[in-house]
Write a protein that binds this ligand. Structure first.
Ligand code: PEP
Ligand code: MG
Length: 370
């Protein structure tokens, strides 16, 4: 077994000498980050901060914050979350030992933090019939939940829309990131990433917020941290040159980009029509597994091209699931991206696939360069 492992390490070493694409990982915990680094990850390409609030002890604090009716109540709830977030980021920075860490500000569909509406309505109904003491409290909770709930949460107040409506949430996260950065012995490379940007003005506002908090913390954009954006909506691809003015980097969110470009629900991939479409050869593979090259892939190439036209040193990565798929990795190599980011266990495959792409296309000029 040791022999096989050694041979495997040798092959991966050759792959690293050959590939042009960087390979990072998607990780939200120090344990995943450490595992990925052992497997050769050269940084974190996506930390989904919403996952940090899913733990049982944090859910109530988060729910209290989301459901607060005033800005000051929300700020009180956020003050409790700030030290926890700072600890989270210190753990990630320590695990990555100075390698770049892309931290995406909060991007949950809000319903993930709300009480289940039908359950709550039933509870209120029972409380009304039985005239229980908690009736007023339950009614208020129901009213707030109804006010915040959305018919289509995946297309609702997600990503930077949340940051525009409730800037104090992103302010707390940026303070936590930068305080964690200041606390490290080995200086980290935080890359602060804004999710679900459609309009350049959204990113402009969010960038101002980050820089303002950076100034408060005595840190400087470009030196101590950078600011970039997810590109995961078709509009963002069309106006990538305008968006690039406010971004140091783009990271393609091909999960949402596939969902929004094709109008396929990413939560129902296995079900219903996708397998039938594959069987009938309308599509070859699920577009959530392998990049749909002529469709979603075209959007990626367009955004990479016009983004770099506007800002030649714009860093380009991909952090959707496709970042670990060999066929898609070949495509991202051709599109001129700088790195792919994938789950820790897919990092070795990505290293090999990136090397294969470099060999196969050694004599091609990529479309993005042409
Ligand atoms: C994406 O949309 O591709 C992405 C990486 O973000 P998430 O999967 O968290 O929406
Ligand atoms: Mg996304």
């Amino acid at each position: 077994f040791d022999e096989i492992l050694k041979a495997f390490e040798t092959v991966l070493g050759w792959a690293d000498d050959t590939r042009r694409l960087g390979v990072r990982t998607n990780a939200d915990t120090p344990a995943d980050a450490k595992k990925a680094r052992e497997l050769g990850a050269e940084g974190i390409g996506l930390c989904r901060t919403e996952h940090m609030f899913m733990a049982e002890d944090r859910q109530p604090k988060m729910r209290r914050m989301i459901m607060a009716n005033t800005r000051s109540a929300r700020k009180d709830a956020l003050a409790l979350l700030l030290p926890l977030q700072q600890e989270d980021f210190e753990g990630l920075f320590a695990a990555m030992k100075g390698l770049p860490v892309t931290i995406r500000l909060l991007d949950p569909p809000l319903h993930e933090f709300l009480p289940d509406l039908p359950d709550l309505a039933a509870q209120v109904e029972r409380a009304r019939i039985e005239c229980t003491d908690d009736l007023d409290e339950l009614e208020e909770l129901l009213e707030t939940t109804e006010r915040i709930s959305e018919e289509n949460p995946m297309l609702g107040t997600r990503g930077c829309r949340l940051g525009i409506l409730y800037p104090e949430i992103y302010e707390m996260q940026v303070h936590a990131i930068l305080r964690a950065a200041k606390a490290m012995d080995v200086p980290p490379h935080p890359e602060i990433m804004i999710p679900l940007v459609d309009y350049e003005h959204e990113l402009e506002i969010m960038r101002e917020l980050v820089v303002r908090v950076g100034d408060d913390e005595g840190l400087h954009e470009g030196e101590d941290y950078t600011v970039g954006t997810m590109i995961e909506l078709p509009r963002a691809c069309f106006v990538a040159d305008r968006i690039a003015k406010f971004a140091d980097f783009f990271s393609f969110g091909t999960n949402d980009l596939t969902q929004t470009a094709l109008g396929f629900s990413r939560d129902d991939v296995e079900s219903k029509f996708v397998p039938v479409y594959m069987e009938r050869k309308i599509i070859e593979r699920s577009p959530f597994e392998t990049i749909d090259k002529p469709g979603v892939g075209w959007l990626v190439r367009l955004a990479a091209w016009v983004g770099r036209e506007a800002k030649p040193d714009l860093k380009l990565g991909i952090c959707g699931e496709h970042g670990g798929d060999p066929d898609s990795i070949e495509f991202f190599h051709m599109a001129g991206l700088d790195y792919v980011s994938c789950s820790p266990f897919r990092v070795p495959i990505a290293r090999v696939a990136a090397a294969q792409a470099a060999i196969i296309h050694a004599n091609d000029r990529s479309w993005a360069d042409a």
